[in-house]
Design a protein around this ligand. Structure first.
Ligand code: COA
Length: 322
């Protein structure tokens, strides 16, 4: 089977036009068996460093802000900043990129769960403390970085699902939406509260939310900054299942164990075609580009400075409309 894949900065398309990951999935079946039967891996480093470990000729990366484990060919990525409600700082974005590189290139990984550490949050947004003092150009670069990371998740030929275990706000909701589908715990809460900060979503949220739940509901969530609970998210089609918090990871694993029995190339093709069918791709890319530009525009407003300062000072923002 031959699949044409877009070439990206990670060189996903080789000279013959066949995605190397898809090729590996066909040629490297033995690796599945090794990992399937032998390997359970869980790691955490409390200091900023990448460490590379080779096991059964596979390289796994240890992260500062992610916990990574693999079992039955399912990689679980846990964003691990529970004291900051797993807010996405630059390190988390960098490490998510590295983890997705591993997903693309490691034949022992057939599918992925992304979740958050602790009982309270999946991810409560981009790290607001890193917004302070950014120039418009730096803000544009940050939004582009976030969008690229989340597109890398959405474009993965292997299924990536979000197991949403609490707040999925701002960048957290955007991260969940970049996954192929979502399973929510009963305590999950979804929202795009950026307008409270004088901001807009910058990691693809305006585009993906509108496509997932429709324009009317999306615009209300974006401009009223409401949070919706798990059952409302289910009703909106934002999540596929709602389960008890203690059942969340089991449910995610059982869904992926079924998918992992299917033909990997066909699974990859379905994901790619669903991404294409979602809407006219050119229009999507324009929408994403526009979001990056307008995210940068927010950074030269007084309201954004007031919104960020108020959050950091733990007070209510007073906006001037400037
Ligand atoms: N960025 C940076 N830090 C964040 C954060 C974010 N997006 N969300 C939460 N935190 C931090 C808080 O500052 C706090 O840190 P501290 O203990 O050092 O003061 C810690 O995480 C716990 O959050 P707290 O606000 O005390 O928890 P809560 O239960 O009272 O409220 C939320 C939970 C999610 C409602 C609240 O944290 C919140 O509104 N977060 C921001 C959501 C947001 O606007 N996201 C979009 C960002 S663009």
């Amino acid at each position: 089977m031959r699949l044409e894949c877009r070439k990206d900065e990670h060189g996903m398309q080789n000279e013959e036009g066949v995605d190397p990951v898809l090729r590996e999935l066909v040629n490297d079946r033995a690796d599945f068996d090794i990992l399937n039967s032998l390997f359970v891996f869980s790691i955490f480093l409390p200091f900023p460093a990448f460490v590379f470990i080779s096991t059964f000729s596979k390289t796994f990366i240890m992260y500062q802000t992610l916990l990574v484990s693999i079992e039955n060919n399912i990689l679980t990525i846990t964003i691990n900043r529970p004291d900051k409600l797993n807010a996405l700082n630059k390190t988390v974005l960098d490490e998510l990129n590295s983890a997705m590189n591993e997903v693309y290139h490691n034949a022992g990984i057939k599918s992925v769960i992304i979740t958050g550490a602790g009982p309270k949050a999946f991810v409560a947004g981009a790290d607001i403390s890193e917004f302070n003092g950014l120039t418009k150009e730096q803000a544009i670069a940050l939004a582009k970085r976030g969008q690229d990371t989340f597109s890398r998740i959405e474009d993965s030929p292997k299924p990536v699902i979000a197991a949403v275990n609490g707040f999925a706000l701002g960048g957290g909701c955007e991260l969940a939406m970049s996954c192929h589908f979502r399973i929510a715990a009963e305590n999950a809460k979804f929202g795009q509260p950026e307008v409270n900060l004088g901001l807009i979503p910058g990691y693809g949220g305006t585009q993906r939310l509108t496509k997932l739940i429709g324009k009317g509901r999306a615009i209300e969530l974006l401009i009223a900054a409401n949070m919706i609970d798990a059952n409302t998210a289910l009703q909106y089609g934002l999540v596929n299942y709602v389960v008890a918090p203690e059942e969340l990871l089991n449910k995610a694993r059982s869904v992926l164990e079924l998918i992992n029995t299917k033909a990997p190339l066909a699974v990859a093709a379905c994901i790619r075609l669903a991404n294409i069918a979602e809407t006219n791709r050119v229009a999507v890319e324009n929408g994403f580009d526009e979001e990056v530009k307008m995210f940068g525009d927010c950074f030269i407003t007084d309201d954004m400075k007031e919104g960020i300062t108020a959050f950091l000072e733990k007070r209510k923002a007073v906006f001037s409309g400037k």
